[in-house]
Design a protein around this ligand. Structure first.
Ligand code: HEC
Length: 136
């Protein structure tokens, strides 16, 4: 019985188009649906967000000395602080960015960015940006 099936399948390979046993041949590959391309790539968007939303407090260079930092206590985090970089986890950085300082027991002056909940790739790129500054 097995042999007969095998012959049938082989035969169909050759005759597939003519005698209607094409259902034994593999279905045609499905075409990938075209993915909508984001307007900006995650890193470009993160750079833009840092300049427009974060630098006012954290400073353009991430030293925690932006104009908005003057009256803040505690001061915004200086990303160049090597001890901080060593002790903070990626998850904590990302959580702070999305949910704000109050959510992680830090200063509520560190604002939440709820629009980034749906953009984990941008949050990750912001975290990478912060990590990179810490290496300088
Ligand atoms: C209004 C000023 C302000 C703005 C704007 C701001 N931050 Fe902060 N940020 C702070 C302050 C103040 C702290 C320090 C909180 C503390 O140590 O209690 C902080 C801390 C942090 C920390 C460290 C948290 C920790 O657990 O040590 C990260 C990471 C951070 N901010 C990222 C960002 C990013 C990314 C943006 C922009 C999307 C941003 N911040 C915008 C004020 C600000």
């Amino acid at each position: 019985m097995k042999r007969i099936m095998k012959m049938l399948v082989m035969g169909c390979g050759i005759l597939a188009s003519s005698i209607g046993c094409s259902r034994l041949s593999p279905p045609p590959a499905k075409e990938e649906p075209a993915k909508a391309k984001p307007a900006l790539d995650a890193h470009a968007e993160a750079d833009k967000i840092f300049l427009t939303r974060c630098a006012s407090c954290h400073g353009l260079d991430g030293r925690g000395d932006g104009p908005g930092a003057a009256n803040l206590n505690p001061k915004p985090r200086n990303y160049h602080d090597k001890t901080w970089q060593k002790t903070i986890t990626d998850e904590q950085i990302e959580k702070t960015i999305v949910y704000g300082g109050a959510a992680v027991g830090k200063s509520p002056s560190m604002a939440a960015n709820p629009d980034l909940t749906t953009k984990p790739e941008v949050v990750a790129a912001l975290r990478e940006y912060i990590r990179k500054l810490g290496k300088e």
